[in-house]
Design a protein around this ligand. Structure first.
Ligand code: PRP
Ligand code: URA
Length: 212
C-alpha cells in the first residue's frame, strides 16, 4: 500500500491493476464489469481490514483450549446507491458478519451536486467501523455528503473505499473530512467539464447495471 496524497491510500496490487484495466475497457459488458469489481473489492477489503483492532479471546480446539482473536468492533458497510452496490458482495465475502446501511445519492447532471433520495443505516454505527463504498470519487460532492450524514449519525471510525479517484475529489474530501482515510484502486488524472474522471471508466452505475 502506498500513500500518494494526504489521506488517499493507493492499494497497489498486480491483480487490481489487471482488473481496473478490464473495468476501463469500453468493450466490457455488465457481467464482466461486476465480476472485476467484485474481485477488486475482495482485495480492498483485505487491505483495509489490516488496520482493524483485534482483542484476545479463547477457543476450544478438539484437543485443548488456546488463545484466539476477535475483531474489537463490528463492521458496517455503507454503499452509495447505485454504483456502490457493486462493491458489497466482495466486501461481504471477506467480512461476512458485517452489517450494511444504504445511502441513495444521485448526482445532478447540470449542477454536479448530489441529490439525496434514501438513507438507512444500522443502529450503533457510533461503535462500529464504518466503510463507505462508492467506486467513483469525482468532484467529491457525493462522498462528502455521505460522510457528513454518517458523522451526523454518530460514526467515529469511518473510512472510504473507492475504485477510481480524481485529484480534485481527494482534495475536496481532505478539506471537508481530513480525518477520513480514502482507499482506492487507481488515482486518475483529472475531471472533464462534465465532472467525469479522465481516463476513468465512464458511469460506474450504468456500467454495473447495464443502463447505458
Ligand atoms: C456516481 C458515483 C458517485 C458519484 C461521484 O453516481 O457512483 O456516487 O457519481 O461523483 P461526485 O464525486 O462528483 O459526487 P451517480 O450520481 O452517477 O449515481 P448512480 O450510481 O446511480 O449512477
Ligand atoms: N460518476 C461516475 O460514475 N463516473 C465518473 O467519471 C464521475 C462520476
Amino acid at each position: 500500500m502506498e500513500t500518494t496524497n494526504g489521506n488517499f491510500f493507493l492499494i497497489d496490487h498486480p491483480l487490481i491493476k489487471r482488473d481496473v484495466t478490464i473495468l476501463r475497457d469500453l468493450r466490457t459488458g455488465p457481467e464482466i464489469f461486476r465480476a472485476a469489481l467484485h474481485r477488486i473489492s475482495n482485495i480492498l477489503a483485505v487491505e483495509i481490514s489490516r488496520d482493524f483492532n483485534i482483542t484476545e479471546t479463547t477457543v476450544e480446539t478438539p484437543l485443548e483450549r488456546t488463545r484466539g482473536y476477535k475483531l474489537e468492533q463490528e463492521v458496517v458497510l455503507v454503499p452509495v446507491l447505485r454504483a456502490g452496490l457493486g462493491m458489497v458482495s466482495g466486501f461481504l465475502e471477506i467480512i461476512p458478519d458485517a452489517k450494511a446501511g444504504h445511502i441513495g445519492l444521485q448526482r445532478d447532471e447540470l449542477t454536479l451536486l448530489p441529490v439525496e433520495y434514501y438513507y438507512k443505516t444500522p443502529r450503533n454505527i457510533a461503535g462500529s467501523i464504518v466503510i463507505l463504498l462508492d467506486p467513483m470519487l469525482a468532484t467529491g460532492g457525493s462522498s462528502s455528503a455521505a460522510i457528513q450524514y454518517l458523522k451526523d449519525k454518530g460514526a467515529k471510525n469511518l473510512v472510504f473505499a473507492c475504485l477510481v479517484a480524481s485529484p480534485e475529489g481527494v482534495q475536496r474530501l481532505f478539506n471537508d473530512h481530513p480525518e477520513v482515510k480514502i482507499y482506492g484502486a487507481a488515482m486518475d488524472r483529472e475531471l472533464n467539464n462534465k465532472g467525469y474522471i479522465l481516463p476513468g471508466l465512464g458511469d460506474a452505475g450504468d456500467r454495473t447495471f447495464g443502463t447505458l
